[in-house]
Design a protein around this ligand. Sequence first.
Ligand code: DGY
Length: 336
Amino acid sequence: MAPRVFVSRVIPEIGLRKIQQHCDMDLWTDPLPPPREELLRRVQGCHGILTLLTDTVDAELLDRAGEQLVVVSNFAVGFNNIDIQAATQRGIAVGNTPGVLTDATADMAVALLLAAARRVVEGHRYTLSGQWKTWEPLGHIGQDLVGKTLGIVGMGRIGLATAKRLHRGWDMKVLYYDIRPNLQAEQELGAQRVDFDTLLENADFISIHTNLDDSTRGLFNREAFRKMKSTAVLVNTARGPIVVQEDLRWALEQGEIFAAGLDVTDPEPIDPQDPLLRLPNVVVAPHIASATVTSRNRMAEIAAQNLLAGLEGRPLVAWVNPEVEPHWRARKNASS
Ligand code: DGY
C-alpha cells in the first residue's frame, strides 16, 4: 500500500508529481495555510508530511499524526517552525532544502541593500504622488557603497554569497560575526571574524543571514541599534524575530540608523497598518527571497526527495537531524 502523506500547500509541479507517483497524497490546495485544527486533523495517520515555514510542527502535531509518522520534509532551508528536538526524540527524520536558494536570497539581500541605501522605493512613491517637480541638487541623497564596510551576521552559504557580491562588485571590506569561522570567506574575500559589537560599530551595511534560535532571537534590539552608525543600513532576509521590530522602528525614526531593507518581518504578514510601513526609510518585501523559478523548482524537488527517502528508509538528501537515524529506523520497522 502506498504511504499516506499530507502536503500542506501547492508547491511546484515537479515536486508534487514525484510525490503523487509514490504516495497516497492529501494536498491542501488553499492559498492560505491550513488552520491549526485542520492541520492537526489532516496529519493523522500520515507516514510523511511536507510542511512550509508557516506550519508549526511541534510535539502535539507529531503525536497527533501517530506512531507511523517517520518523516517531516520542510519546503524551506530554515526550520525554526519545527521542534527538531521533539522530532528527534520520537525518531522522526526532518529534511530541509539548503543550497538551492543561496543565489536567489543573496541577490535579494543586495537588492534590498541598494534599494534602502539609495532610497529607491521612497523615490518611487515620490514620483507616484506627483511631488517630482524638478531635478533636486539636495534631494534624495543616499549612501555610497563603493569601498564601504559590510557586516555579515551568519557567514553560512547565503552570507558568503552576499559578501562575494558586495566585495567583488562594490569593493566592500567584509567583517562577519558567526560562532564558527568561515575559512573560505577569510581566504577568498579577506573577511575578518569579529565580535558582535565590533561589527555593529564598524559596518556601514549589515546583512543578517543567521538561523533563528534562542541565541539570535532579538539580537538586533535598541542596544544594538545604538551601537550602529547613524549612516548604516540594515538588511534582513533571514527571519523576522532576529530583529526586535519595535526597536527597529525606533532606530529608524530617531536616525540611529539610516535605513532598513527587510524581506522578513515579525509577525508575517506584517499588519499593513503597522507604523513601520509608514516610514520613508524602510523597504519591506513579503518574504520572497527564494522566489525565482529555479530556486522554487529545486526546493520542490529536494523536498519531495527528502519525503520519499524518509518513507523508503533511505538517508535524506538534506537531513536536519541525521543523528536520529538508528531511532528512525527502529520506528520505521515497528510501524511497517
Ligand atoms: C527558507 O527557505 O527558509 C526561506 O525563508 C524561504 O524560502
